[in-house]
Design a protein around this ligand. Sequence first.
Ligand code: KIV
Ligand code: ZN
Length: 529
Amino acid sequence: MTSQTQSAKTDSKDRVIIFDTTLRDGEQCPGATMTHEEKLEVAELLDTMGVDVIEAGFPIASEGDFAAVNEIAKRAKNAVICGLSRAAPKDIDRCAEAIKPAKRKRIHTFLSTSPVHMKYKLQKEPHEVYEMVIAQVTRARSHTDDVEWSAEDGTRTEFDFLCRCVEAAIKAGATTINIPDTVGYTTPQEYFDLFKRVRETVSNADKAIFSTHCHNDLGMAVANSLAGVGGGARQIECTVNGIGERAGNAALEEIVMAIKTRNDVFPYVTGIDATMLTRASKLVSAATSFPVQFNKAIVGRNAFAHESGIHQDGMLKNAQTYEIMTPESVGVKQTSLVMGKHSGRHAFVHKLEELGYQLSDNQLQDAFVRFKALADRKKQIYDEDIEALVDEEIATAHDRVKIVSLTVIAGTQGPQQATLTLDIDGKHITTQSSGNGPVDAIFNAIHALVPHEAILELYQVHAVTEGTDAQAEVSVRLAHDGRSFTSRGADPDTLVASAKAYLGALNKMCSRAGRMAGVEKRIHSTDVG
Ligand code: KIV
Ligand code: ZN
């Protein structure tokens, strides 16, 4: 065993390695694209909260992915930084180059082993796949002694072939063996048995740590992961908020709290500081613009809310009547101080600390100015308002296209009109457009100033808090060239929030290196003045 993550026991309880793939499996799902800066920020938080292995991206996929993995590798303080690669030598070498600066580094290389994947996806015979497994692991080991090998679609792989591949991978030097439930098909009992049987059958199984990787297509990803650990796995691959391909991956916060709360049934320990779970959830939601469903376990808005009279009565008598874990244990802070226009900088800084934000001096100054502007328009500022404001501050810090001013004429006498001034790379440009409704007019104006071919896939509005003066939070998803870009904008004025959200998604498209060269060119050729 090479890395510290592979020390098996802590306090006589087995240590379960938390392998977070929010920045790889999570980020690759439609609409969850993060900017470079957002990825760095998420990685920093994961590192601080005690994630053992951060899968930072898929370096061969794009220049942007490479740059993010490389920068995260430079900055990480504790976690092992891992990059994903397919079996091809150039994939593996590119991955090795990206993770090179990390203090502790891992190459995760994978290959499909199920009959359906080998026949249709790889178009290879099993014996060819077997040889590729040996070659890919050997190549990865020439770069680092921490190598993970995954049998993609492992749960639908023939058992004997799976065992042969696992054995060969370990012999070639793999230190972690992942058996993914790629299509979210397995069940807890089946997954438990699979790990148990593979570990009993493979002669060199004791030389590697086994890992779970579960997708949530049937809603069993967390249950399956925990069952896999019961069967002998000691690493769980998961994502914050469970984001990921299709129905997502096993949710990190649910895994951690299940182990903590039901330690009688799951007698393991993780290195995660659970009080940072809420902050991580909010950050990932803000960075991806993926909302967290209200009733989501652990981190949903309603996860600790007690609405019914009977429950409230019980809670007042003794919290244990309806609460199996406390909100504080996952980092939910009681809304104590409601802020308003008389709140000073000191109170603002205190509130940010309480909410778990660490801003640079410049970010803090900008956020405070925006807070004051909001307080002038809204009597009471709640935690959610401040979170929306700061998240937006962080998300837009590197935007090249920003809103300067917007005036809209709306009402029963159409056509509705928008006059919009944007700041594009420091230059101001104005246009006026009409549309079928005020939002359409605004989006047409943005299109006129920043011509692009993206398609609007989603437009959604919800209120951040209660009351008619509540901030509107708008989500916009744009699709271009097979990728989706989601962003959120918040403002007491729904139309301004709409413009911010649309521009946020457009900025994400622009920041995706290489992919949006067309838009880049148009931004520069736009007659700005
Ligand atoms: O779901 C899957 O099989 C994967 C592999 C690349 C590990 O994400
Ligand atoms: Zn996956």
